[in-house]
Design a protein around this ligand. Structure first.
Ligand SMILES: [Zn+2]
Length: 899
């Protein structure tokens, strides 16, 4: 694009502002170090830099000053873009950079490093400052700030602050944590550009088309993914951070365009497992940022929002490794210039400058407090071990269980994040129970203790005062300040049984490895008659999908059965030798190995209890062609994360179809269609209209399986659509006052009265009632884990754990389906036993009781299946995988289209 012409065509004042824009007053730069303009042809702030150009710039810096800067790759995005980090420090430090890393690794484990040794390391070691930019791809300014920060550190002459930073710290810059999202944003921005940059927010260049640049390729919010590591970008970061162990970690973001700048200290609630000195140090960084902002005359705020309670943020995860984690947020220009509410034009250069200033300010504070931060870092880990030996929970025991694959994945995830997990070499007794060999044990007296408790505990409590304040706000109809989910317990989300023990378990252990999948085995006979694969674990699903993709004939029993003395759960796969190629034994061995599924080969078909292999209760699979609705009106996270689970965790290709295509297209090629959650602007009814709905109904009647996730059920259950017989509920009318539910109070046929009946407001409570609006919908829940019981008689529940933990968010609650219309395959528990983890409003807890989570309804030759809460959020509710994949795979096997 002719960027030079574009720039010269800016309005005169704007041009002047850009031309004279001073990123750092009085800087004296060495001309031997290339500027952004030298390498890319424009000055910082004049263009939004593409991923490949940013990489090119850092490589140019490394070429110009190889003794002070290095560039390394740490991951590759789904779309093939390199993720890099840039290390900047003095030549002396760079010459011994490996020793510096080793020093940090030694400080991170006080069991191996005595205090005296630690003091030696601390006296001799620079501290690492980690600056991470652009995890949200449409938060653009920080990547430019990354380039300026590196340039400033390398090119400044005669600046004592820079000399201090280069001597006392190693600055690691991650310039772009989400390159796919960033380039997606730039592509749309440049496509919409005209003669001059437009500051009007309704202009096309400020309106990102679906899905926007925030997320990565599979539309994940990478700033929620840290502890669950589903995405390659996150996995790479988790690995390098455990190599470098920064003492300070900044995640630089952007926020709404009308705001100013936000930095530490963060908002409450604090995670109770963080150390006090970490919180105290936040103020050091905040105060220094404030000092610089005062000298530049810039506005900022702290503390009001952006807590670090949830451990999956960039600003929280490093805190569990002894770092001081921080979020910085700049008001976004979402382009080259944006008009703010007061009429001010906020330029891109201005936003870049602010992140640049706080980046240097952060490194300055690390340098000034080098010794303190390194000592705090060591103390963090030694106090973690100490606490772990004093806590009431001293070990977590993961006994052998039906879904052992889930246990393997959970322990693999923890090991990848530096947790030491032991696998018992023989059986043992502990805390009143007996455990088999192979049981996993996590003792808490280790450096990762705080991280372990945060992820493994059933509940991480929020401060009472914070919760009281939220209830006070809710009573006043003010928005609550809970920023994200209040529950994330890994064992609950993965449906893994864990025992806690008040004493450490010291048996003979083998250290568990980082693998998420253990190769499966084939046991028993020669397989002359069939292979059996017990249902109910992720590996079995992967095996089924891969077997179908290889063209194998697979069937499955809807009921449990006993064969040769072994009990097989409902859903167990049966691969008959007679229906499959002669080399089935080799294929099955390969499949068991690659998918992790344990399989049994049998030499007779005699079943002693339950259906035989030729029973009516045994269904044959046909590899379904699966489609997911894409683009408006879907919620991009729901669409992308669902597609990720099906494609990348279960190997089944998914066709993404833009919603508008559903109005007229022939869908007969597809057996399954998934409606993800819808977004905020419009719903499915708005986009599909009558014609699209008729098309969907016709397709279901002919044998399609339609699956609605979360609020997509508002559409399916809409009385005017009636694809499904459940209905969405309003808030419950509270007895004893005159509040009533939304719909019943809308007396639309009655003419409006000019006056109303008079009343005396006798007390404050009557006054409060008089100003409380009628409540349409239940209050929105930020995110809690709720128990749901599964009906084992329905094929959708085949192989599924009897109780599931469901993440409940938002306002959607539906009526149960009547027995003559369909089956409530999974329903929430009664109010007193509902909550598994997190904080839920009292009214929601009562109203959710016994309401459906999964509903299946036969419709013509097909099915409509509703999940009233999205089972695929962040791809981290592994415990819901089987019932969701049942809907796809068993749903299409049970539908009866003409074939
Ligand atoms: Zn952000």
């Amino acid at each position: 694009m002719a960027m030079v012409i574009l720039i010269s065509a800016l309005t005169a004042t704007h041009l002047k502002a850009q031309d004279n824009f001073v990123f750092w007053p009085d800087a004296d730069y060495d001309p031997a170090i290339p500027t952004v303009k030298d390498v890319l042809g424009y000055k910082a702030g004049e263009r939004i830099t593409w991923h490949s150009d940013a990489v090119r710039y850092f490589e140019a810096l490394a070429k110009a000053a190889p003794e002070r800067v290095s560039v390394a790759k740490y991951a590759e995005s789904w779309e093939g873009r390199e993720l890099i980090y840039v290390v900047v420090s003095s030549a002396e430090n760079m010459a011994r950079i490996d020793d510096i890393k080793t020093g940090m690794q030694r400080l991170a484990d006080p069991r191996k490093t005595s205090r005296a040794e630690a003091n030696d390391i601390i006296s001799d070691q620079p501290a690492v400052t980690w600056l991470s930019y652009g995890v949200h791809g449409n938060e653009i300014s920080s990547t430019e700030a990354a380039m300026l920060t590196a340039y400033h550190l390398l090119a400044s002459r005669g600046d004592q602050r820079v000399a201090d930073i280069m001597r006392d710290t190693v600055v690691v810059i991650d310039p772009m944590q989400n390159p796919d999202g960033r380039d997606r944003f730039i592509h749309h921005f440049e496509t919409a550009e005209g003669l001059v940059p437009d500051s009007d927010r309704i202009s096309a260049e400020h309106n990102e088309p679906w899905p926007g640049g925030r997320t990565n390729h599979y539309l994940f919010d990478l700033n929620r993914d840290w502890f669950i590591m589903t995405q390659p970008e996150t996995r790479g970061r988790v690995e390098i951070l455990q190599e470098w162990y920064p003492v300070a970690f900044v995640d630089a973001h952007e926020m709404g365009s009308d705001s100013t700048y936000y930095f530490a200290p963060q908002a409450i609630p604090f995670n109770p497992y963080l150390a006090g000195d970490q919180l105290a140090s936040l103020a050091l960084f905040g105060k220094n940022n404030a000092r610089w902002f005062d000298s530049f005359g810039l506005d900022y705020f702290t503390r009001e929002i952006f807590d670090a309670f949830y451990p999956g943020y960039g600003a929280s995860w490093p805190s569990y490794f002894g770092s001081i984690g921080m979020t910085y947020e700049q008001a976004s220009s979402r382009g080259l210039v944006v008009r703010q509410y007061d009429g001010n034009d906020l330029s891109y250069a201005y936003t870049i400058r602010n992140h640049f200033v706080t980046s240097l300010s952060t490194a300055e504070i690390t340098a000034a407090n080098r010794e303190k931060f390194l000592t705090d870092f060591y103390n963090y880990h030694s106090s973690a071990i100490e606490d772990g030996s004093k806590d009431s929970i001293k070990s977590y025991i993961l006994p052998k269980q039906a879904d052992q694959a889930a246990v393997n994945k959970l322990t693999g995830l923890l090991v990848q994040q530096g947790v030491e997990v032991g696998r018992a070499n023989s059986s043992f007794d502990a805390c009143g129970s007996s455990y088999a060999a192979g049981t996993f044990v996590i003792n808490t007296a280790q450096p990762s203790k705080r991280f372990i408790r945060t992820l493994m505990d059933v509940n991480v409590p929020m401060e009472e005062s914070f919760l009281a304040e939220q209830e006070r706000r809710r009573a006043k109809n003010l928005r609550d300040e809970i920023y994200d989910v209040t529950a994330w317990s890994l064992p609950l989300m993965m449906n893994v049984k864990v025992d806690t023990c008040y004493r450490p378990v010291n048996e003979k252990f083998t250290a568990a490895g980082p693998e998420l999948i253990q190769p499966g085995t084939v046991s028993e006979g020669a397989g002359s008659v069939a292979y059996l694969v017990p249902w109910g674990s992720a590996p079995a699903v992967r095996l089924l999908v891969n077997a179908m993709r290889k063209g194998l004939a697979v069937k499955s029993s809807d009921l449990a059965f006993t064969h040769n003395g072994n009990r097989y759960p409902a859903g167990t796969l049966i691969l008959d030798a007679a229906d499959n190629p002669d080399n089935l034994p080799e294929i099955m061995t390969d499949l068991a190995h690659s998918t992790g599924a344990d399989t049994t080969s049998v030499d007779n078909s005699w079943v002693t209890d339950g259906p035989n292999f030729g029973s009516q209760n045994v269904v044959r699979f046909n590899q379904p062609k699966v489609a997911i609705v894409w683009d408006e009106p879907t919620l991009s996270y729901s669409a992308g994360n669902t597609r990720f689970i099906i494609e990348r965790q279960f190997d089944l290709p998914v066709t993404a179809i833009r919603a508008r295509q559903l109005i007229n297209s022939d869908l007969s090629r597809y057996q399954v269609l998934i409606l993800p959650q819808s977004g905020y602007r419009q719903g499915y009814a708005d986009v599909l209209g009558k014609k699209g709905t008729a098309n969907l109904k016709d397709w279901v009647a002919k044998g399609g399986v339609l699956i609605g996730l979360g609020n997509a059920n508002r559409y399916l259950a809409d009385p005017n659509i009636d694809l499904q017989s459940i209905r969405r509920e309003n808030a419950v009318v509270e007895t004893g006052n005159e509040k009533s539910s939304g719909t019943s109070s809308k007396n639309e046929n009655k003419p409006m009265e000019a006056t109303v009946k008079g009343s005396n407001l006798a007390d404050a409570s009557a006054y409060r009632d008089s100003i409380t609006p009628e409540k349409d919908k239940p209050d929105s829940v930020a995110g809690v884990l709720v128990k749901s019981d599964v009906d084992p008689d329905h094929w959708l529940g085949a192989g599924v754990a009897p109780t599931l933990n469901v993440l409940v968010r938002g306002t959607d609650i539906y009526t149960p389906i009547k027995m003559n219309k369909g089956v409530n395959v999974a329903a929430f528990r009664g109010a007193d036993d509902l909550l598994a983890s997190g904080y839920i409003w009292e009214q929601n807890r009562k109203q959710l009781a016994y309401k459906p989570f999964v509903v299946a309804q036969r419709s013509g030759k097909g099915y409509v299946i509703g999940f009233t809460q999205d089972p695929n959020v962040r791809a981290y509710l592994d415990g819901l995988n089987i019932i969701f994949m049942n809907a796809i795979l068993r749903g299409s096997a049970h539908a009866r289209p003409v074939r």
